[in-house]
Ligand binder design. Structure first.
Ligand code: ADP
Ligand code: MG
Length: 198
């Protein structure tokens, strides 16, 4: 994994989060405090500003540094969680494991950090099915799996995070964190396809 590719990953992630920041904020206005788009935009702006330094690192170190940046800059609940995802991926990447194993380890870190699991209407409801599809080699299905996963969060009642304060009133809305994770899955999948990596 070379620096040019890491640079392109950061640019792609930044671009989709910027383009959809208002939409993410609207989703968080419905069942949270309306800061999810702003939070993530701040984090990915910081990643973009730091892209040269990050792209100059090896792939595992770059993942770790990007995770730390998200923890520090995104804030809210989602900053430490997206940060944990990348730092967990970095650990597995450091052991030379493949992308599916990296994502698996990242998910374990998110579960631990958030004391959560699937079914609680969070980003995990997106990440876990995407990981299952990736581990099964269903690469072409990833965007669709991500889209379907967000739709499934709509009928769930939030059991974690701010949305859980709404109880049953959290039902009927897409989860903001699952929605932002969906955008990132689309962006990474597109880039890996363009580069002929997947
Ligand atoms: P905050 O809730 O602090 O305002 P954000 O609005 O940035 O933070 O992020 C909200 C998102 O974070 C939710 O939509 C959900 O996907 C995710 N989230 C919140 N708590 C948890 C948790 N314990 N485990 C996993 N994801 C969580
Ligand atoms: Mg919020």
């Amino acid at each position: 994994m070379n620096g040019d590719f890491i640079d392109a990953l950061i640019a792609a992630a930044h671009s989709t989060i910027s383009d959809h920041a208002d939409e993410l904020t609207r989703l968080d206005q419905a069942i949270g405090d309306g800061d999810h788009g702003i939070n993530l935009k701040r984090g990915f702006d910081a990643l973009l500003a730091d892209r040269e330094a990050i792209a100059g690192l090896g792939y595992p170190e770059a993942l770790h540094k990007a995770g730390m940046t998200l923890v520090m800059k995104v804030g809210g609940a989602s900053g430490p969680l997206f940060g944990s995802l990348l730092m967990g991926m970095a650990k597995a990447a450091g052991r030379g494991e493949d992308l599916a194993s990296q994502l698996g380890e990242g998910i374990e870190m998110v579960k631990k950090r958030g004391k959560s699991d699937v079914g609680a209407k969070t980003m995990l409801d997106l990440l876990v099915p995407v990981h299952e599809a990736l581990a099964a080699g269903r690469i072409d299905d990833l965007p669709q799996v991500a889209d379907d996963a967000v739709v499934r969060t709509r009928d769930m009642q939030a059991m974690r995070g701010r949305a859980s304060f709404l109880g049953e009133r959290s039902i009927g809305h897409d989860d903001p964190g699952a929605s932002s994770a969906r955008l990132l899955v689309h962006a990474v999948h597109r880039l890996l396809g363009e580069r002929g990596i997947l």
